[in-house]
Design a binder for this molecule. Sequence first.
Ligand SMILES: Cc1ncc(COP(=O)(O)O)c(C=O)c1O
Length: 361
Amino acid sequence: MRRGRGGPSEPGIELPDPPEVSFASDNAAGVAPQVMAALASANTPAALAYGDDSWTRDLIAAFRRLFDADVEVLACWGGTGANVVGLASMLEPWQAVICTDQAHIVTDEGGSPTRFIGSMLLAEPTADGKLDPAAITRRSKWIGSVHHPQPAVVSISQTTEFGTVYTSDEIGVLADAAHAAGMLVHLDGARIANAVAATGDDLITMVRNTGVDVMTFGATKNGAMYGEVVVYLRADLAAAGRFHHKQAAQLPSKMRFVPAQMLALLEDDLWVANAAHANAMARLLADAVDRIEGITVVGTPEANAVFVTAPDDLLDQLARWSFFWRMGDAGLARWMTSFATTPDDVAAFVEGVRLLAGRQL
Ligand SMILES: Cc1ncc(COP(=O)(O)O)c(C=O)c1O
């Protein structure tokens, strides 16, 4: 069996080879060729460490153009680290973050934000991955009482952990509510490219004009080898951010390799093209599997995640053939596409789904 591919055929059924790519996560994809080339070209000549290099300076200039604002930028090793650095710059230990109970900072960062920042995460229930603005009103009643953690930051993920996409108006409503209550807004943009591609809104419309104060800008899921960036729209917060960056072990000595990757993604809007492709592959997959009896697509994919419900034993068999993650509820699975997913990969995966689902009937 090839490494990284799916498992063996099921007894009593001849299954084709699983697809070349994994539908488990966009993180499972490799590196975009343009990013690989940029890494190689940043290899020489030598450059000073810790961001004192032309790639880092060029990246800051590129982000200032993207936002048409004097943003500050800190390049980090990854998304968890970028969230920690960004949030740490916005909070005192007695303050708290309002977010959903599905937020990556709550469910998938090993408690890292709480450990490094000391702040509680006030996790609000969500049906679709989006934060309800009413949570801000409700939690703001705690402000001023020493007995309660002080809500000071509202954190949202764009796209959400359920693959949904906030409209710019929805972000604006949340940001207005947060600011009216004296709170700041953090946006986890691990998949911001997929949101930009899905809505057609640029970063000025979606992030700057809505009132986001600090965001992370993801690259790993969009074709980078590694690396995320914290973007400070409130430049004053970046002053403390520089120290958190180092203290949270997110300041790479050979920093230039993160900006080199990001610059390759920003060139000719490759970041948006990669994400648009991933989103299109998710729609292709959803449309095809929705026609298969036994599989139900949950909602309409808004970005690059397809959620499906199906009998558990069918999902078990499918995952043995081409691995993917199951979600919390029984019978619920998530299939993700990336810049590297091809229509042939989708067709190969759909064929496996069709064969295994057909056997259930
Ligand atoms: C919403 C979200 N935020 C942040 C991250 C970044 O995590 P990592 O530390 O694995 O790069 C991820 C990765 O899956 C994510 O889905």
